[in-house]
Write a protein that binds this ligand. Structure first.
Ligand SMILES: [Zn+2]
Length: 239
C-alpha cells in the first residue's frame, strides 16, 4: 500500500551503509518514522528528504506499520537557513521543539502551519532570527497547551511596570502585589521585550535582552514540559 503525505524532515540518523532513518512531521499523519534507502549515495535521487528542514510531498510504502519513502516532490529546502549560523540554529531549535512536543502520530495542523510559516520567514524575510524564534516559542506554547500570558498581570489584569514574577503553575507573569511565595522574579526589560514580541512587534534590536528572552523560554519549557533544547544552548552561545 502506498500513500502521499506532506511533511517536514525534523531529524535524520544514518542507518546501514547508505540509508537514513528520518523523523518526519507530516500534515496528514503527525510525526512518523520513515526509512529512506540509499540516500547517502552520491547521486541519490531522494537525497533532499534526508536533510532537516526539507518540506516535501512524499510517497510512502507501508509494510507492517513501517514506512519507506519511494518518491519525493520537494517544495522547499529553505536553503538560506543553512547559510547563516544564527538562522541555522534558530531553525534547528524550532525542529527540536516540534519533535519534543508532539507525540508520535498525533496530527496537529496548527503546529504544522506554525512551523512552515516560521521556516519561510526565517529563510526568506529579513526579520531578526532571534525575534522570529521568540515569537515561534510564544505561538508554539499556545498551540501545545503551555500558553504563557505576557500581556498583563495574570491575576489582577493590571499592566506590569517595575517588577515582574513568573508563575509556572498558572502560565502567566504577575505583578509584585499579586506574586505568591515561590514565584521568582526576572528582568523587567526581558519581560517588556517579550511582551512586544507576543504582540507581533518583531523590531527589537537589543541582543542581550533578546538572548535573555531565549533563556527565559528555555527555562520555561524545561520547567513546564521537561524539554531540554540542545540547539538553543548552541544558539545562545553563538550570539
Ligand atoms: Zn497583579
Amino acid at each position: 500500500m502506498t500513500e502521499k503525505v506532506n511533511g517536514i524532515t525534523l531529524r535524520a540518523v544514518n542507518y546501514k551503509d547508505s540509508d537514513k532513518i528520518l523523523t518526519v512531521f507530516t500534515l496528514e499523519k503527525g510525526k512518523i518514522t520513515v526509512s529512506a534507502r540509499g540516500v547517502r549515495k552520491a547521486n541519490a535521487k531522494m537525497k533532499q528528504i534526508s536533510e532537516p528542514f526539507c518540506f516535501a510531498e512524499s510517497v510512502l510504502a507501508e509494510k507492517s506499520g513501517r514506512f519507506t519513502v519511494t518518491e519525493i516532490n520537494s517544495y522547499d529546502a529553505f536553503y538560506p537557513i543553512r547559510c547563516d549560523l544564527s538562522k541555522y540554529y534558530a531553525g534547528m531549535t524550532a525542529l527540536e521543539i516540534t519533535d519534543a512536543f508532539l507525540p508520535d502520530e498525533m496530527v496537529s495542523e496548527g503546529q504544522f502551519v506554525l512551523l512552515v510559516e516560521f521556516l519561510k520567514k526565517l529563510a526568506y524575510k529579513s526579520f531578526n532570527p532571534i525575534n522570529l524564534l521568540l515569537k515561534f516559542f510564544y505561538d508554539v506554547a499556545l498551540e501545545n497547551g503551555y500558553s504563557i500570558n505576557l500581556s498583563a498581570c495574570g491575576r489582577c489584569g493590571e499592566e506590569i511596570k517595575d517588577r515582574v514574577f513568573l508563575s509556572l503553575k498558572d502560565g502567566c507573569c504577575v505583578c509584585e502585589t499579586c506574586k505568591k511565595q515561590g514565584e521568582s522574579g526576572f528582568s523587567i526589560d526581558t519581560y517588556k521585550y517579550l511582551r512586544e514580541i507576543a504582540s507581533e512587534n518583531l523590531d527589537g534590536e537589543d541582543k542581550e535582552i533578546a538572548k535573555n528572552g531565549l533563556r527565559f523560554f528555555g527555562y520555561y519549557f524545561n520547567k513546564v514540559a521537561s524539554v531540554n533544547l540542545k540547539s538553543l544552548t548552541t544558539l545562545i552561545e553563538l550570539i
